[in-house]
Design a protein around this ligand. Structure first.
Ligand SMILES: Cc1cc2nc3c(=O)[nH]c(=O)nc-3n(C[C@H](O)[C@H](O)[C@H](O)COP(=O)(O)OP(=O)(O)OC[C@H]3O[C@@H](n4cnc5c(N)ncnc54)[C@H](O)[C@@H]3O)c2cc1C
Length: 404
């Protein structure tokens, strides 16, 4: 089992990388491996699958903006639904963020600033502050944002990869990397690299280059080899709530954007045709960088999310928790921007930090370019991206000022 490239991890990132690599090098033997039975069944399947181009960091705007352009071209194939985003700010938050927002071109990035009356035309919302919940002062409506099927996107890349002659091996759980020579007894002049990877059944797979696209599992795989990927898992949970009537939330049934509330990092994805809203929360301190407990916690919902929703949407009286699930972000802390870096014949692609679906097309193109030794690549919107910007050694990414 000898290949030119092996990609471990067939989430949206590994599948996109394998696809762009095979497209560029049709004659190469490339194997895409995952321990699940199909592509996208890891944290990709757990995501809220929202996408947005609204970031203060130019790098994030390029990664997401170009990927969104590509997804719009895929349309129904990935169940794209351009519902928009309505990001709500309290007066204090607006004072802090206004200057940053004014630096982003509204025409190019397709967003508008709304006051309370504009927000009131879209949402039935309570503007007043109370206890922990600040007022609502302004909103940004981002037209180039929406949702898609993350699973369909990962499957799209994996299927296209296979149709070009790419090989896949699902239900294959990689347990070990074999390094050349004698483990732990290397002389400084030894050239160490990966000689093979071994699955749970003891099968060995060999390639010239190995790509680790294992998302939240990256640290666990690479740390034992002596590689500090800087990518760590953090639990994230989503709760689907049955609502009686969308009019309790929306003032105009034709507009049903994803909503970012100004308290506690709570966000809502309305799925109006099923009378459901999906709510999540971006908690930070106190949520460990560990893969500890994979179960969703209803107490967390009742203490951290439900009070926020009930404050801002007082008409949503009877919220029934119909479904809940948990997954892990693969965080690259503190810049929360993807990483593509190599040591010997291992390249890792990850650290998408909660925005891997919306950036997957660009990340796959950039990773494929790096694996071919290119300095630059062309993104889906024609922009040129310098590959080393996402590396660790020559990193060039901006601080994100607009954090949910
Ligand atoms: C609750 C939640 C909500 C989110 N919401 C959004 C959102 O709205 N928008 C957005 O853009 N992003 C969102 N994300 C983030 C997004 O899901 C991730 O950024 C993205 O899925 C990362 O893709 P990946 O391919 O790197 O990881 P994964 O999809 O996890 O893929 C990694 C794959 O590696 C495989 N693997 C790991 N170890 C091994 C091994 N040893 N052997 C074989 N296979 C292995 C796993 O089985 C898995 O399939 C959310 C994430 C969560 C958890």
């Amino acid at each position: 089992m000898s290949f030119d490239y092996i990609t471990i991890g067939a989430g949206v990132i590994g599948s996109s990388t394998a696809y762009y690599l095979k497209k560029a090098l049709p004659g190469s033997r490339i194997l895409l491996i995952d321990r699940n039975h199909t592509a996208g069944a890891g944290n990709t399947a757990k995501s809220a699958a929202l996408y947005r181009n609204f970031f203060s960091s130019r790098t994030s705007r390029m990664l997401a903006g170009s990927s969104i352009k590509y997804y719009i071209g895929l349309g129904d194939k990935v169940k794209l639904d351009q519902i928009g985003y309505l990001w709500l700010f309290s007066k204090d938050q607006w004072t802090v963020s206004q200057k940053t927002i004014e630096r982003i071109d509204p025409l190019e990035n397709k967003f508008e600033i709304l006051g309370r009356s504009g927000i009131g035309e879209i949402l039935r919302i309570n503007y007043r502050e109370k206890d922990h919940f600040p007022d609502i002062h302004a909103g940004i409506f981002c037209h180039l944002c929406g949702s898609l099927s993350a699973m369909a996107l990962a499957q799209y890349y994996a299927t296209e990869f296979k149709s070009m002659g790419g090989e896949v091996s699902f239900n294959t759980d990689i347990q070990k990397f074999n390094l050349t020579g004698q483990k732990s007894r290397y002389a400084p002049w030894d050239e160490v690299h990966v000689d093979g990877i071994v699955d749970r059944e003891g099968n060995t797979y060999r390639a010239k280059e190995y790509i680790v696209a294992t998302g939240a599992w990256t640290h666990g795989l690479l740390a034992p080899l002596g590689i500090a990927s800087g990518i760590l898992p953090k639990k994230r949970q989503l709760f689907a709530l049955k609502i009686e009537n969308p009019a309790q939330l929306l003032a105009d049934p034709a507009r049903r954007p994803a909503i970012i509330l100004p308290a506690g990092g709570v966000y809502i994805k309305p799925v109006i045709d099923r009378n459901i809203i999906i709510a999540g929360c971006a908690d930070e301190l106190g949520q460990p960088f560990l893969m500890s407990d994979p179960e969703p916690d209803p107490l967390y919902f009742h203490s951290a999310i439900e009070p926020v929703i009930k404050h801002y949407f007082p008409d949503l009286r009877d919220l029934t928790l119909s479904l809940k699930w948990a997954g892990y972000y693969d965080y690259h802390w503190p810049d929360m921007t993807p990483v593509i870096e190599s040591v010997a014949n291992i390249t890792w692609v990850g650290g998408t930090s909660g925005s891997g679906i919306m950036k997957a097309d660009a990340v796959g193109r950039i990773a494929a370019a790096r694996l071919q030794g290119h300095d630059e690549t062309v993104l889906a919107d024609g922009a040129i991206f310098k590959v080393s910007r996402l590396s660790l050694r020559d990193r060039e990414v901006e601080k994100e000022e607009l954090i949910i």
